[in-house]
Design a protein around this ligand. Structure first.
Ligand code: S0N
Length: 279
């Protein structure tokens, strides 16, 4: 895959790469020897990188991908799976306690008020596929393969991995994907509505960057509100809380709300009469 944009790398990470260019952040899982399976450390670093991208006002779109062209992500690293989760090398792990911290990352991607595009080459499997389902858009290479493995390897994701997938591809298809653990080509994934487009592997980054640039031309607040609105329905009260927070942010930006703040600071009665009581 040739690079179509001058990525600038920053930060010190062992399991991921964080890069930015032209208002786009690219976050790459960098464990190609395990088909980019994640371990606790990978997830800590991903959470940090997504936070950096969220806080960077220069960044409008995030591309999430895996290193190399063999895998986007193959899910939890089964080689370090203990009896109650994944065993890292942090203080918690030293007490023999496992972690299931991919769930935090899923929520973070859903809540992040900027579009996240999954750029998928090769395997998108298990918890890796759940991550691409959580992303706003997915651009796949023609060598991509998608699937869940839970009932084969002794795991399942009953959260976003199940019901968000069902919302995305329909209940019957979601059951088939999970119950039978089959693998699906990029074209099949496109046909079932699990991804947005398929391109030749050589064009994957060019196409993804082109989608990102198109997004950057759009109103950031409109994109933020649409992401919140679309996710609010399936995220229930938590989704509404996020959407309501955005409504508060917009209200703060109005003269009407600022009048309340200013009146308090100036120790006077607020003059709300000057604002219309809208129909
Ligand atoms: C992807 C597969 C089908 C590719 O097969 P292929 O092409 O034949 O390659 P391999 O030779 O198998 O793989 C190349 C090397 O990569 C290693 N590797 C691949 N996947 C993993 C993995 N997930 N963990 C560790 N290593 C992996 C291979 O072992 C090989 O290296 P060597 O030769 O050195 O051994 C095939 O690789 C495959 O089926 N992989 C396993 C896919 C899988 O089952 N993933 C885990 C599914 N479960 C989860 O993701 C957990 C879900 C989850 O995270 C979660 C959900 C809800 C609540 C909590 C959690 C939580 O656990 O946190």
């Amino acid at each position: 895959m040739s690079s179509v944009i001058d990525w600038q790398r920053s930060g010190e990470y062992s399991d991921i790469i964080y890069e930015t260019a032209e208002g786009i952040a690219k976050i790459t899982i960098n464990r190609p020897e395990r088909h980019n399976a994640f371990r606790p450390q990978t997830l800590f670093e991903l959470q940090q990188a997504f936070n950096i991208a969220r806080d960077d006002s220069e960044v409008g779109v995030i591309i999430f991908t895996g290193a190399g062209d063999q895998a986007f992500c193959s899910g939890g690293d089964q080689k370090i799976r203990g009896d109650d989760g994944y065993i890292g090398d942090d203080a918690v792990a030293r007490q023999g306690i496992g972690r299931l911290n991919v769930l935090d990352l899923q929520v973070q991607i859903r809540r992040l008020p900027k579009p996240v595009i999954a750029m998928v080459a090769g395997w998108s499997i298990g918890g890796g596929n759940v991550l691409q389902v959580c992303c706003d858009l997915t651009i796949a290479a023609d060598n991509a393969k998608f699937g869940q493995t839970g009932p084969r390897v002794g795991s399942f994701d009953g959260g976003y991995g199940s019901w968000l997938l069902a919302e995305t591809v329909g209940l019957k298809k979601a059951r088939e994907i999970w119950y039978l653990c089959r693998q699906y080509s990029a074209q099949e994934a496109l046909d079932m509505g699990m991804i947005n487009t398929v391109v030749p592997l050589a064009d994957l980054e060019k196409e993804t960057v082109s989608w990102a640039r198109e997004l950057l031309e759009k109103s950031p607040l409109a994109l933020r509100m649409l992401k919140g609105a679309i996710n609010a329905v399936s995220d229930g009260a938590a989704g509404m809380q996020q959407f309501a927070g955005d409504a508060t942010m917009l209200y703060y930006m109005s003269e009407e709300a600022q009048e309340g703040r200013d009146a308090f600071k100036e120790k006077r009665r607020p003059e709300f009469d000057k604002f219309p009581r809208r129909p």
